[in-house]
Structures are given as C-alpha cells and as structure tokens.
Design a protein around this ligand. Structure first.
Ligand SMILES: [Fe+2]
Length: 345
C-alpha cells in the first residue's frame, strides 16, 4: 500500500494520499488548494491515477483543493451527505464505503466539530478529520459545532475502535504525526472528563480566536462544483423534467456513471446501462463500449450520475472522443427524484 502523510505548514493541515498499486488508483483526503501542484507532482512521480478527492468536513482554516484537483485530473469529489457544499460528485453517509481499486474505507458520521464531520476507517487506521486530534479535539464553537455531539462521536464511535487503531487527524500544530485510539483514551487531556456535561463545559470555555482565513475559506469551500455553464450553453445538458420523456425511447441510451453501491442505495432510471465513471476513458475512446454503441445504433447518449458532476465531465470527454450526441441530465439522480422520475432497483 502507498500511504503518504503530507503537510501544509500554513494551516497545519495533514493531507493523506492512499493507493494500492495494480492500476495505480489513488485517493486523497483533505487536500489544500495551495499544495495542489505538489500533490500532482507526487502523483505523477509515483505513477498513480487520482480517482477520488475527499474532504472530511467543510474546512474553515484553508481553501480546499477538491475543485482544483477535479479540474486537473477529472477525479470524483466526495463529501458527506450533511455537507452544505454546493456540488460534489459523490456524497457518503454512515455505513457507506469509500472505495478505490484495492482499498475500502468505512464511513463514520462523527459530528461535533462541525455538523458535516466524517471519519474514515481503513483496517488498522482511522482518519478522524478534526473530530479527534492528537492530544486534542476539534473546536466546536462555529459551523454548527456541538460539544455534546462531539462527545458522542468520540466516546461512542471512535474510542470504541480497537486500542491499537492508528489515529491520523486533519491537523496538528505541535508536530505530532500519528497516535492510537488507546493512547488518546489514556492521555488526551480533553478526554479525561467524567461526563458529557463536563466535556461540554470544557469545550464551551476554550475562548479561541477565529481562524485567520475563516471569512475567505468557508465561502470558497461552499462552492467547489464543476463550472457547467459551457456544457449547458453547447446544448449538452437536459433538465430532469425534460429527461422524464426520454425513458423508454428507442433512440436514446441512458447511461448511469455511478458506482454499484450508489445504484443500490438510490435506485436507477429504468432501462439505463451501467458504465462506471472510473472506466469512462476506456468506454468513450474509439473501440470502447460506448463509442461503439453510439456509432452502431445512432442513439443519443444521455449520461447521468448522482448530482450531475461526473456526467458533465463525461459529456466533455465523450464529445472530445467524437460522440457528438452525448449529453447529460443536469443535477443527476438528485434532480431526477425531485422531478418525480421513476426509479428501479
Ligand atoms: Fe476543521
């Protein structure tokens, strides 16, 4: 396994790059915008292909690298379902799995620092975001933070993990790099409380200054969606209401780009084909499944995904590969549901 802990000294942020060879699929957790060039260089040097970029929560102290990494690598952006960010490609909730080739992380909803804080558990290690830090815990005094919820996330979820589980947080300001669940239970000063009330009292009296970049970072991090204006202007987008009329038409191929787990959870548009986004490049190039389907049948190729972000990127790739009928359903299954579109399981 490839595991890199990268550091942004300006914001004290840790970013994690993970991969497990073979085809070289990689994911990155909590990337910082200022460091995107460095990540891309490392990804090239290690001969990896970035397929997913994840934020553990909406950050207030730095601008996320999610959007820039997506624009540079066409990777999938991922956040938790509770995040108020405008658009990400994929949203996860407790019990879901975050996967790339050869790696699978369990999603834990661990609110408290913010109401959109998630942790990701991968066999021997857990990425705790700002919920549990090394000998500290993330502040709970803004962004819908809640000390009571954080107590519950820490004591009833994270500290229930085996003692030897490695703890990799989003931040450290003292040069610590890693800890374990057992160590934090025993030595984290914030966790030496006798009750939830005592913890709430402690957290509500920290009197910390606001992060320096908060007024810049929060609004910027709320808007990371792919700019889709050009796709719409070129006539490559179909609204969900309009798309309702495409179901069952012999001259239309509806193509679902989501992963198996998303399809099972959310349902699929009846009669659609499954062609996962990660295999898109192979599928749309000459000789690829979708390229051949378009050429052989003359069907209009209508892509869709969860929120319309993967499908917008797919339209551009398909058009670039000469599939001139390619378009997508704006807003994805999310918009489809709101338009009362039928779903099959
Ligand atoms: Fe944070």
């Amino acid at each position: 396994m490839i595991f890199r802990q990268l550091f942004d000294s300006k914001s004290g942020t840790y970013t994690y790059l993970l991969a497990s060879r073979h085809g070289g699929e990689a994911l990155i957790i909590d990337p910082v915008l200022d460091k995107v060039e460095r990540y891309l260089q490392l990804i090239r040097e290690l001969d990896l292909k970035l397929v997913k970029a994840i934020d553990t929560h909406l950050h207030a102290d730095h601008i996320t690298g999610l959007g820039a990494l997506r624009d540079r690598t066409q990777c999938i952006t991922v956040m938790g379902e509770r995040s108020k960010v405008d658009v990400v490609s994929m949203r996860l909730s407790e019990g879901d799995r975050l996967t790339i080739e050869g790696l699978s992380l369990d999603v834990l909803y661990t609110p408290g620092h913010t109401d959109d804080s998630y942790s990701f558990l991968m066999s021997d290690r857990v990425f705790t975001g700002d919920t549990l830090l090394i000998r500290g815990t993330g502040r709970t005094d803004f962004q819908n933070g809640d000390a009571r919820a954080q107590y519950d996330s820490i004591f009833n979820k994270l500290l229930k993990l085996p003692d030897e589980t490695l703890v990799y947080p989003s931040h450290d300001y003292k040069g610590e790099t890693v800890s374990t669940i057992g160590e934090e239970r025993a030595f984290n000063p914030r966790l030496q409380v006798k009750s939830v009330e005592e913890y709430v009292e402690l957290m509500n009296n920290l009197k910390l200054p606001n992060p320096r970049l908060m007024d810049v970072a929060v609004p910027a991090n709320m808007h990371v969606g792919f700019a889709q204006e050009e796709i719409a202007q070129r006539g490559w987008a179909v609204g969900a209401a309009e798309a309702l009329g495409l179901v069952g038409r012999p001259d239309v191929a509806l193509i679902d780009l989501r992963e198996k787990g998303e399809r099972e959870k959310q349902g699929v548009i009846p009669g659609s084909l499954h062609a996962p986004y990660t295999e898109l490049a192979t599928n749309v190039c000459a000789g690829g499944m979708l390229h051949e389907l378009a050429a052989a049948t003359g069907k209009r190729m209508v892509f869709y995904c969860a929120f319309g972000e993967r499908s917008a990127m797919a339209v551009r790739a398909a058009q670039d590969a000469g599939i001139t009928s390619a378009c997508h359903i704006q807003g994805g299954i999310d918009a489809w549901k709101r338009a009362q579109g039928p779903l099959a399981r």
